[in-house]
Design a protein around this ligand. Structure first.
Ligand code: MLT
Length: 272
C-alpha cells in the first residue's frame, strides 16, 4: 500500500492505488467507522476504466490518528494534499464519498474546488447534526473508549443494511462488523466528534458546479432517499440513483447496480 506523508504532523496516509493509471483518477472516501476495504467491490469494476485511489483516512485502517483532530475540514485538506501528491500531472479527480466520505467530499469541494472534477455522493447528507444527534455521538464516543470498537459495531450494525442484505447475504454484515472492530476506539471517538462539528453544507449545494451523481439505497435508514430526493435537486447538474434492495452501504450491498451507475456517470463526465 503506498503512503503519503501529510505535511501538518507527518502521519502517513496509506492508500490503495489500482486500475488504469493512464486514465483519470477516481478517489473513493470511505464511511464511518470503516476503512478503504469498504470499496473492494469497486476496485476492479471502476479500475478497468479509471485509476482508483482509496485512502485510509486519518486514524482508520493503516493510517495513524496522529495528534490532530479528524475534523471533516482537516480530512478534506488531507485528501486534497494526497491528490496533488499522487497525481501531480492531473489537476483534479472525481471524488466518491459514502456517508462520512460524503461529508468530506462536501468540504473538499468547498475548500479545494480545483481538485474536484465530479462528485459521487453516496448514502450521505448535507445536513449538520441536530443537538440530539450530537448527544448520541458523545455517548457513542464514551462507549468506544470504555468498551471498545466491538461495542460500537454492535450498536451500529443493525442500522446499516437492508432487510434482504441481512437475510440473504450475511457475509456482508460479518465483514462490516470485522472492519468496524478493526478501528481503534480513539479514532472512533475522534471521528464522531469531527462529524458532530461538521458544517451545514445545504447553503452550498447551489454552488456545486461539477457534474454530480447522488446514490442512495432505497432502504437507507440513516441518509434516507426521501431526503436525498429533496437536496439533490438543489445541485445544478445532479442526478439521483436510488438502488433497490440496498440500505446505507449501497456499494457493498448492490455492487453491480452501484458500479453500473458510477461507471455510466464517470464515462459521461470524462467523455466530454
Ligand atoms: C457513515 O456511514 O459514515 C456514518 O453513518 C456517518 C454518520 O455517522 O453520520
Amino acid at each position: 500500500m503506498p503512503a503519503h506523508e501529510i505535511s501538518s504532523d507527518g502521519i502517513s496516509l496509506n492508500y490503495l492505488d489500482v486500475g488504469n493509471a493512464s486514465r483519470p483518477a477516481v478517489v473513493l472516501l470511505h464511511g464511518f467507522p470503516f476503512t478503504s476495504a469498504l470499496w473492494l467491490p469497486q476496485l476492479d469494476a471502476l479500475g478497468e476504466r479509471y485509476r482508483v485511489i482509496a485512502p485510509d483516512l486519518r486514524g482508520f485502517g493503516a493510517s495513524a490518528l496522529g495528534s490532530q483532530d479528524p475534523t471533516m475540514a482537516r480530512l478534506a485538506d488531507e485528501v486534497a494534499e494526497l491528490i496533488a501528491a499522487a497525481a501531480p500531472d492531473a489537476p483534479s479527480a472525481a471524488i466518491a464519498g459514502l456517508s462520512m466520505g460524503g461529508y468530506i467530499a462536501f468540504e473538499l469541494y468547498r475548500r479545494h474546488a480545483d481538485r474536484v472534477s465530479a462528485l459521487i455522493l453516496a448514502d450521505t447528507r448535507p445536513h449538520p447534526d441536530s443537538d440530539e444527534a450530537r448527544a448520541n455521538r458523545a455517548e457513542l464516543a464514551q462507549l468506544a473508549i470504555a468498551d471498545g470498537a466491538a461495542a460500537v459495531a454492535e450498536k451500529l450494525a443493525p442500522k446499516l443494511l437492508a432487510a434482504a442484505t441481512r437475510s440473504e447475504r450475511p457475509e456482508i454484515e460479518r465483514d462490516l462488523r470485522a472492519m468496524m472492530k478493526s478501528v481503534e476506539p480513539q479514532t472512533i471517538a475522534a471521528a464522531l466528534m469531527g462529524m458532530a462539528a461538521r458544517a451545514d453544507s445545504r447553503p452550498h449545494l447551489a454552488n456545486i458546479r461539477v457534474p454530480t451523481l447522488v446514490i442512495v439505497g432505497a432502504e437507507d435508514a440513516l441518509a434516507p432517499p426521501s431526503e436525498a430526493r429533496e437536496w439533490a435537486t438543489q445541485i445544478p447538474d445532479a442526478r439521483l440513483e436510488v438502488i433497490d434492495g440496498a440500505g446505507h452501504v449501497s456499494n457493498l450491498e448492490r455492487p453491480d447496480a452501484f458500479n453500473a451507475a458510477a461507471l455510466a456517470f464517470l464515462d459521461r463526465v470524462f467523455a466530454s
